[in-house]
Design a protein around this ligand. Structure first.
Ligand SMILES: [Zn+2]
Ligand SMILES: [Zn+2]
Length: 144
């Protein structure tokens, strides 16, 4: 197994300390942080770091396929390290995003008419609802 650093090097990415840190923050996180959240954590180590650098770094990591952006319909993109395909669950209460592994995921077929005309490069399924925390809060409030 290649370490993350070796992997990035092999892909020809120049490994500045900032890039390594941003990659590492994503690597340690299962919470699909936004660029702002990554920025806040990274700034503790590099006070001079700009949000723009975080965006640029994320873009270069996406370009080499090491990071993916998880799009949500009502907010900014969330980011995660590339791993096996999975669904996502978006909590309507707190906005957290969870991974939902599903072995049937690879079996979804792309309509033939579509793939004739479009270059489909990927797909994602987003489930919505309330996480255990928010669900409990709603129940104690007497809401449904
Ligand atoms: Zn929640
Ligand atoms: Zn995920």
């Amino acid at each position: 197994m290649l370490t993350p650093v070796e992997k990035l090097r092999r892909k020809g990415l120049k490994l500045t300390p900032q890039r390594m840190l941003i990659y590492d923050i994503l690597y340690q996180s299962t919470r699909h942080p936004t660029a702002d959240e990554i920025y806040r954590v990274a700034k503790r180590r590099y006070p001079g770091l700009s949000l723009n650098t975080v965006y640029k770094t994320l873009e270069s990591l996406i370009a080499v396929g090491e990071v993916v952006a998880v799009e949500t319909p009502n907010s900014r993109a969330h980011y995660e390290i590339t791993k096996a395909p999975h669904h996502h669950f978006l909590c309507r209460g707190c906005g957290s995003i969870e991974d939902v592994p599903d072995s049937t995921l690879g079996k979804i077929s792309i309509p033939r008419g579509l793939s004739k005309e479009y270059d489909v490069t990927g797909f994602g399924i987003m489930l919505y609802g309330y996480c255990p925390n928010c669900r409990a809060k709603r129940q104690t409030k007497g809401g449904g």
